[in-house]
Design a protein around this ligand. Structure first.
Ligand code: 5GP
Length: 212
């Protein structure tokens, strides 16, 4: 997929381990940037009690997921998705068409996806920009996972180990343009907004620069 010719268009990836506050940060960026659009992923995981189908995710069956990636309208293995990955034994993917449509309109398109997804997007979409959110420390991450009160000790240990692996992978894979430490939510949101604004301004400037 080509990155849209519209110089305002930007594909923004936001990733980070669970418990780091990335959903809050992603939604804050979406609310602050008027021409932004937040992608809704498909997933085969169960819908949570606080979640709305079509808003947080589109909840689909394994068969529906298989049909999406087998669709002949797209590349083999991807079909109607731009990328997909297995996380905690469940599948997640980004529908391609709405992403392309919003990029063509010059929007800031936001994807909240994991490291495997970010690596795929970076290979396929030149110009995609990726931010990884880090916890201030491993102790703080452990505390946050405990405070969520969702999981027992064993599940918390597993999530913590998975978070450590994900942070390691994020550092070594080369897909991320920026790492932000979320030590203060408001400050992290402001930093993320400034980085996104500057990057878009730079691209617009380059597009209208000498010789064009
Ligand atoms: P959760 O089930 O907690 O909502 O999400 C689990 C993980 O899957 C998170 O790291 C989230 O960012 C990631 N994720 C959500 N949607 C997608 C997607 O469409 N593609 C990929 N690769 N990862 C996703």
């Amino acid at each position: 997929m080509r990155h849209a010719a519209n110089p305002s268009a930007m594909l923004l990836i936001v990733s980070g381990p669970s418990g780091v506050g990335k959903t809050t940060i992603t939604r804050a960026i979406h609310e602050s940037v008027p021409d932004s659009w937040l992608s809704v992923s498909v997933t085969t995981r169960a819908q949570g009690p606080q979640e709305t189908d079509g808003v947080h995710y589109r909840f689909i069956t394994e068969e529906q997921f298989d049909a999406l990636i087998a669709d002949p309208s797209g590349p083999p293995g991807l079909g109607k998705l731009l990328e997909h990955a297995g996380v905690y034994g469940r599948r997640y993917g980004t529908p391609r068409e709405p992403v392309e449509q919003h990029l063509a309109r010059g929007c800031l398109v936001i994807l909240e996806i994991d490291v495997q997804g970010a690596i795929q997007i970076k290979q396929r979409v030149p110009g995609a920009f990726a931010i990884f959110i880090m916890p201030p420390s491993e102790e703080e991450l452990m505390d946050r996972l405990r405070r969520r009160g969702r999981d027992g000790d064993e599940a918390i240990r597993k999530r913590f180990a998975a978070a450590q692996r994900e942070m390691q992978e994020a550092r070594s894979c080369g897909a991320y343009d920026v790492f932000l430490v979320n030590d203060d939510l408001e400050r992290t949101v402001k930093q993320a907004l400034r980085i996104v604004d500057e990057e878009r301004a730079l691209r617009r400037e380059r597009a209208s620069g000498p010789g064009t």
